[in-house]
Structure formats: C-alpha cells, structure tokens
Design a protein around this ligand. Structure first.
Ligand code: CP
Length: 306
C-alpha cells in the first residue's frame, strides 16, 4: 500500500506518469467518470482549507466515487482527545483512501503507520504540502512546457510557507533549475533548506529582499501569503503581512512569458488588478489541482482506466 507524505515519495519517473495521467484526465474527463464507482474518500481536516479539501472531494466525485469526512478538529472526536492513530484505524473501516491535513508536522505520517488505507498528506504544519506541489508541477509543465531549465522566484513567507518547501524539494531533481528567494530577513527560507537541500545539491540560488530587483530574469514568480497562523507574535505578523504587493506596475518589469503562481488563498500580496494579466496563472493552478488529485487517487488506489 502506497501513501503520499512528501513529493519525494514519487520518483521523477512516477511523477512524470502521474502528470501525464492528469493531462489525459483534463482532456478526456468522461473516460474517468466511473473509474472509482463504489469507492470512498475520507477528508480528515484538522485545519481550515478551501482548495485542498474541496478539490479532493471534487476529484473523487468526478471519478464516480463518494466522499465523507470532517473539516475541523472541533467537529471530530479529536476535540475529546482522540489520537490521529486511533482516528485513522476507525476511518480505515469506513473509506478506501484518506486525505489528512493537520497543524502538527508529521501527524499524517503517524496516521499512515496505523492505517489500513492509503493516506495522503494534505498539509502538515509548516512542513510539507505534497499535493500542492503536484498541482504546481502540473501547472508549470502545462503552461511552460517543461520542468527543467527554469528560473523560479519564490516570494514572501519562505520560512513558514510549506508549499515553498515542498516545491523546492521537488524541483531540484530536474536539470538547470535556479531559484531566486525573495523575502525579508525575518522570513528567509529555513537554514536546513538552504544548506541541506540547495547548497548540498549544488542548486544555484540567490537571496534578495526587493521583488523589483528579481522580476526581469524570472520564468516563474511564485507568490506566497504571510502565514498568520504560524506566527507567535501578532505585532510581528502585522509588520510583515504587506511586505510584498505584486501590482500592475511591478508586472511591467517582468518578461512577457513569465507566469505568476500562488497556492492561494491570497490576502494582499497580489493586487486584484493583476488578475486580468494573461500571465496570472493562479486560478488555472487551482483547476489543475483537481486533475492532479484525480490522478493521485487513481494511482494510490491502483485503478487502471483503459
Ligand atoms: N493552497 C491551499 O492549500 O489552499 P487551502 O488552504 O484553501 O486548502
């Protein structure tokens, strides 16, 4: 039985196969509309979510399956003190596959060790968000036509932004990837990513504070929200929250073929006047999230569609 805890659980070849399946689903949705008839997906979300939970549910419904679950710890028996290990043993009696989001890093991994069904990490604290990474990779491959030879600007909260950590891990496996890490000093990427992931693998990167200084050389600008829920100090969050605002004026500095991505939700970091720019890809990105989660469910349930 296969679980998904990190994007690195899939080899580059497995990832390629999954993304190709997602593209086939996008182009031939009818072919897959009964692929999971009779199967059930449980969404166990101990933290708020719009995209991840609902795109998982849409994915299973598009495959002909059913969904059940909870959307907050308060509405589950976690509020009475039940452990994730016990919860997943019970969920394994009710569903065929489970997507779990949890504020504690490693909680979905703990669940997977006691589970009778495949468990997907749908985001664990500030650690990893592998299905967002699959979404991001599908978006990049579909819109840029490749996953290699790219200069990627990661901007905003690089300290707590789990989508950024997962994306770096995944992209460094492709040739000629370069990163520009754009953040204030206080929100720099954690040192283990800088040293153990980037430097150790000889991945070229630079760290800058001003977005304007980075724009013109980027193939992709990946904006992130300052993660309010991970700050211990409200004043510190308020000081940081509007550090970057991408607007029409800054977009003039970018290449014509650059794309802007964002895992969403956005707060103020992308002005709504950028939404109509053809380079704004963040709502398309949310749509790709459904196709890739459909492909992931099929893969983990070992369902083949001819
Ligand atoms: N991108 C993302 O994880 O969004 P949600 O928190 O709404 O699931």
């Amino acid at each position: 039985m296969q679980h998904l805890m990190s994007p690195l659980d899939l080899s580059v070849e497995e990832l390629d196969k999954l993304l190709t399946l997602a593209n086939d689903i996008e182009n031939n949705p009818q072919k897959y509309s009964h692929a999971c008839d009779g199967k059930k997906l449980a969404t166990c979300f101990y933290e708020p979510s719009t995209r991840t939970r609902l795109s998982f549910e849409a994915a299973m419904l598009n495959l002909g399956g059913s969904v059940l679950g909870f959307s907050s710890a308060d509405s589950s028996s976690a509020a009475k003190g039940e452990s994730v290990s016990d919860t997943i043993r019970v969920i394994s009696c009710y569903a065929d596959i489970c997507a779990m989001r949890h504020p504690k890093e490693g909680a979905p991994l703990v669940a997977s060790e006691k589970s009778g069904i495949p468990v997907i990490n749908a985001g664990d604290g500030g650690h990893q968000h592998p299905t967002q990474t699959l979404t991001d990779l599908l978006t990049i491959r579909s819109l840029k036509g490749r996953l290699d030879n790219l200069t990627i600007g990661l901007c905003g909260d690089l300290k707590f932004g789990r989508t950024v950590h997962s994306l770096i891990h995944a992209l460094i496996r492709y040739p000629h990837i370069r990163f520009t890490l754009i953040s204030p000093e206080e929100l720099r990427v954690p040192s283990y990513i800088r040293e153990d992931v980037l430097r150790k693998n000889n991945v070229p990167f630079q760290e800058v504070e001003r977005l304007e200084d980075a724009m013109k050389e980027l193939d992709i600008l990946y904006m992130t929200r300052v993660q309010k829920e991970r700050f211990f100090n409200e004043d510190e969050y308020v000081r940081m929250k509007d550090f970057y605002i991408l607007d029409k004026k800054k977009m003039r500095l970018a290449r014509e073929d650059m794309i802007v991505m964002h895992p969403l939700p956005r707060v103020n970091e992308i002005s709504v006047d950028v939404d109509d720019d053809p380079r704004a890809a963040y709502f398309k990105q949310a749509q790709y999230g459904v196709y890739v989660r459909m492909a992931l469910i099929l893969t983990l349930l070992e369902v083949e569609v001819c």
